[in-house]
Design a protein around this ligand. Structure first.
Ligand code: B12
Length: 488
């Protein structure tokens, strides 16, 4: 069949994201003999025109749309992306085409039914897309869709089928996906977007605010380290990009698997710039840090969320404050630049837990590490925190938390947390409030990476603020801020 796959993600912060998941789906469909066309709308100034052209030329029989982000995932900056996608992509598409349209992607794992309602569409596939979309294509021909894995069907404004996701058991069998084969990578290269590598699917952790298990399931499905190292080698050769980001929910759990991957990469002897999000302080040791350094890690993000044992517990975290200090010591010894991520506003958060978190993180982080503060938890459908809210008040949401829904702790407001965080940021040059992050002009990024090729781009922010602190600018800003907020 002729299948058109469309990347609808137009968000470019913190970097434009190469649509790896959709490439896996494309490679799987092609391997099964389907004819695939790919439309990447990330940089498109006029999506309507491109949609119209591809439909005229390719005449798709089925269209699959990748829907990545619902919103900013923050309880403070609540920018909702789906209305824009509806106006700029879905509506023009429906005007031009009346065949089957299938939605997939991370946001569908969270709110499939509500997104079908919002877009007024018929089909969505939750979870892994490779086998499930193939099954959909087989079944649509047989006119028997009802048992298709992960499929949600909406008919006459009602959800009539809502099947559990069909997770690919052996992810080693998913064909190699080369993004360059499907779309133009040059704008991503301009923005210095990294290549994406996934080393496993699933997450067994049970963090109270998180949705990863809904998207990928609880069970780990590991990818063979040798296959991963081969894929990295091939992708670097084909694309010329040697900057790679691991996109696992938590890269270092299971720890031995992460170590085996790093060992396999080291054996390849390729010059790489590696990074990952969400390192968990509950599973870090000296050997792991040495392997990170040796394999080419130039930047890691550690997901602390809090540094108070009280809120670490309500967040459902598997580590304690002692683990944070231990992790910090290990990474400092190896001189690995770290971004420490905080998420303030957990259930049970108080002025004391916020202050304790600042004290600890300031001791743990080096002055040249970045402390990234997220304020307010965004409640998502299916997360334990959402279930608790529904138990307390079944009427608390009328759209299963699709539209931005911030969590409000009983004893401290999000505004107060913001106020305390801002004060800290005037005292210390390496603190960034995530919702205030400014877009770094491409030109600066380019120059910085030319001069300091092995340093993470966020160091520009630290250097800028260090200079501001040295000349007293942060102190003056603090006084002005205090003057403006006398009553808080
Ligand atoms: C890695 C990651 C990041 C990295 C990306 C690094 C990089 N260079 O790409 C960073 C940290 C930069 C990041 C940033 C953001 N992220 Co993020 N990120 C993730 C994470 C952990 C993995 C995504 C991934 O790459 N998966 C691997 C690929 C292979 O899988 P996939 O894309 O999901 O595709 C599979 C299926 O979804 C499906 N599928 C995909 N498309 C289609 C299409 C069809 C038709 C079908 C049938 C199936 C299908 O099949 C694929 C293969 O099985 C997810 C959480 C998660 N576990 O999904 C959050 C997640 C996707 N991010 C999220 C968000 C919100 C963001 C930000 C907006 C946060 C912010 N305020 O900055 C930004 C947006 C960035 C951007 N430009 O779009 C949300 C999105 C949903 C939501 N809540 O709105 C998620 C789900 C996390 C969450 N909090 O809930 N992110």
């Amino acid at each position: 069949m002729r299948i058109l796959l469309v990347n609808t993600n137009r968000c470019k912060q913190p970097v434009p994201v190469i649509p790896l998941g959709l490439c896996f789906v494309a490679a799987t469909l092609e391997k099964a003999g389907h004819d695939v066309e790919f439309l990447d709308l990330c940089f498109s100034p006029e999506p309507e025109n491109e949609i119209s052209d591809v439909i005229d030329n390719f005449k798709p029989e089925v269209i699959g749309l990748g829907i990545r982000n619902i919103d900013e995932a923050s309880g403070y900056n609540m920018n909702f992306f789906l209305d824009d996608i509806n106006e700029k992509i879905i509506k023009p598409l429906k005007k031009k085409y009346n065949g089957p349209i299938v939605l997939g992607g991370p946001s569908i794992g969270i709110n499939a039914k509500e997104i079908l309602n919002l877009f007024d569409l018929q089909y969505a596939v939750k979870g892994d897309g490779e086998e499930a979309f193939l099954e959909f294509l087989d079944n649509i021909n047989k006119k028997s869709l009802s048992k298709t894995g992960g499929l949600v069907i909406r008919k006459n404004n009602k959800i009539i089928i809502d099947n559990p996701p069909k997770f690919v058991k052996d992810i080693n069998g998913i064909p190699f996906a080369n993004p360059e084969k499907y779309f133009d990578l040059s704008p991503y290269k301009l923005y210095k977007s990294p290549l994406l590598i996934q080393t496993k699917r699933g997450c067994a952790l049970k963090c109270s605010y998180c949705t990863y298990n809904n998207i990928e399931g609880y069970e780990y499905r590991l990818k063979d380290p040798e296959i991963i190292a081969d894929e990295i080698e091939k992708l670097v050769k084909i694309t010329g990009i040697n900057k790679i980001e691991f996109v696992d929910s938590t890269f270092n759990i299971p720890l031995n698997h992460a170590k085996d991957i790093l060992k396999a990469i080291i054996k390849k002897k390729i010059k790489l710039k590696l990074s990952t999000l969400g390192i968990n302080p509950g599973a870090v040791d000296g050997e792991f840090a040495s392997l990170l350094k040796k394999s080419g890690f130039v930047n890691i993000s550690v997901a602390l969320e809090s540094c108070s044992n009280i809120t670490l517990k309500t967040l459902g975290k598997n580590f304690k404050v002692d683990d944070i200090y231990r992790t910090a010591e290990i990474f400092h010894k190896k001189r690995i630049p770290v971004q420490w991520f905080l998420l303030l506003g957990a259930p049970g958060e108080t002025e004391e837990t916020v202050k304790e978190t600042f004290q600890t993180v300031k001791k743990a982080a080096s002055p040249w590490d970045l402390i990234n503060i997220g304020i307010g938890i965004r409640v998502y459908n299916g997360a334990p925190i959402a279930e608790d809210l529904k138990k307390k008040d079944p009427q608390c949401t009328n759209d299963n938390f699709l539209k931005p829904y911030p969590y409000d702790p009983d004893d401290i407001s999000r505004d107060r947390i913001n106020y305390l965080s801002k004060l800290e940021s005037f005292k210390q040059h390496n603190i960034l409030l995530y919702h205030e992050r400014t877009k770094l002009p491409l030109f600066f990024r380019y120059i910085f990476t030319k001069i300091f090729p092995d340093q993470p781009v966020w160091k520009i922010y630290i250097i800028k603020r260090f200079i501001a602190k040295f000349f007293g600018a942060l102190f003056i800003k603090r006084l002005l801020f205090l003057g403006k907020n006398k009553n808080k």
